[in-house]
Design a protein around this ligand. Structure first.
Ligand SMILES: Cc1cc2nc3c(=O)[nH]c(=O)nc-3n(C[C@H](O)[C@H](O)[C@H](O)COP(=O)(O)O)c2cc1C
Length: 402
């Protein structure tokens, strides 16, 4: 055994003797998630059963996004609502058939058929329903979700939003959500901030997470359960995971890294847009639904800023969308992008997408995240400089995620 092998073997044995040297699991009520990593829901066909089951298999939470899911069905333009429900049911069943891990569904509150999609997810007994793009306060079937053992998790961008949701839930349902996703301004897709807030440090993930920790404390005490915080937006490495967990998060939600996996459900050209983009290509757009979003610039987006595309709204899928005023239909544009037709759409991406170098298997990504988390932790605890890239060679991962 050479010195390198001895070092790896020593650290391996330490991990088994001291669980302290392991990545913590994420506990959401009675649900134990082996790795504290949630794959964020990515709508209009980017995170379906393929990606969700791959992440769940590796010990994280895999999320199917419900918005625009019916665009996978041939009859979407005839009956969008029915197509959405059918496609969501099919994808949940496929994910559950291919993984025994934890499967969540992400349902945007702003969707016209929000309630029907929630019902479908309950009927199909998913493990968790994540609700963003709006405040999930009214018409949430809390008692039904409790009965089915399904965890309810809102997405917030500020402690003010968290406070409002928890206060209203307590008043209306005499209950509170099981966990909270805190999404910061570096995330991909639609963002819960004004353009000015996006660059204001007062709204950074690192600022907001400790504030949400404080906001949730009294509710944790009153309802006698820990309410975990899952932080997302710009989390790229295991070191980022370690850092945000040191600030009070119990886990992370990641989107960008999961797009660049073999199992991501989008067309290869969508994923390659990540590999090929530069930092300067990643920009903020004003989405037709009135929110800012982060995307990779392309000719479609540049043209959409100056001229209106003619389109027929298939149905009013987003409650607040004013199709008559919109320069393009966002669902149709994202549907083209997921199929790799980037001349007719564009790619949503987080601020770190330019760092993606290659498309990898989900299992390798999860191993890398665990390895770099442990490196960051040991470096922090031991506090002296070791070249960890030599000690923790990918072939010698301390923790097998499965
Ligand atoms: C391509 C793409 C599509 C997304 N679509 C949705 C969505 O439909 N609903 C949602 O709540 N979040 C959506 N998000 C946000 C992710 O779920 C996740 O929270 C976010 O990307 C985390 O930031 P990161 O990309 O820096 O890891 C999307 C993100 C990306 C990159």
């Amino acid at each position: 055994m050479n010195t390198y092998e001895r070092a790896v073997s020593l650290l391996h044995s330490v991990k088994h003797k001291f669980p302290y040297f392991d990545i913590p699991s994420l506990q959401i009520g009675d649900l134990t998630v082996k790795l504290p990593i949630v794959q964020g829901g990515m709508g209009v066909g980017i995170s379906l059963s393929g990606l969700a089951s791959a992440v769940a298999d590796q010990g994280g939470i895999g999320t199917i996004a419900a918005n625009g899911i019916g665009l996978l069905e041939p009859d979407y333009f005839k009956d969008g609502k029915a197509a959405n429900i059918r496609a969501l049911r099919t994808e949940i069943r496929k994910a559950k058939a291919s993984s025994a891990g934890i499967i969540a569904v992400n349902i945007m509150v702003a969707l016209q058929d929000f309630s029907q999609l929630v019902q479908t997810a309950i009927e199909e007994r998913v493990d968790m329903i994540v609700m963003g793009a709006g405040l999930p306060v009214k018409n949430i079937p809390v008692a039904q979700m409790r009965e089915a053992g399904i965890k309810a998790v809102p997405i917030v961008s500020s402690s003010r939003a968290a406070e409002l949701i928890f206060k209203m839930w307590k008043r209306i349902y005499k209950d509170v959500p099981d966990a909270v996703v805190v999404e910061g301004p570096e995330a991909g897709g639609h963002l819960g901030f004004s353009e000015a807030e996006l660059t204001d440090p007062a709204y950074s993930l690192e600022t907001v997470v400790p504030q949400v920790v404080e906001t949730l404390k009294p509710y944790s005490e009153e309802f006698a359960r820990h309410i975990p915080i899952i932080a997302g937006g710009g989390i790229y490495t295991g070191e980022d995971i370690y850092r945000i967990m040191q600030l009070g998060a119990d886990g992370v939600q990641m989107g960008t890294r999961f797009v660049a996996t073999h199992e991501c459900d989008a067309d290869i050209r969508f994923k390659e847009a990540y590999v090929n983009c530069t930092k300067e290509d990643i920009r903020i757009i004003k989405s037709p639904v009135g929110m800012p979003g982060r995307a990779i610039n392309n000719a479609f987006l540049e043209k959409a800023e100056v001229s209106k595309r003619s389109f027929t709204c298939p149905w009013q899928c987003l409650a607040g969308c004013r199709a008559d005023e919109a320069y393009y239909c966002i669902s149709l544009a994202l549907n083209s992008a997921r199929q790799g037709k980037l001349d007719r759409g564009f790619v949503f991406a987080g601020s770190n997408a330019y760092r993606v170098e290659r498309i990898v298997p989900t299992a390798s990504l999860m191993r890398e995240l665990v390895r770099t988390y442990l490196q960051a932790k040991i470096k922090d605890v031991v506090r002296f400089d070791i070249d960890f890239s030599k000690v923790f060679h990918p072939a010698a991962i301390m923790t097998s995620p499965v």
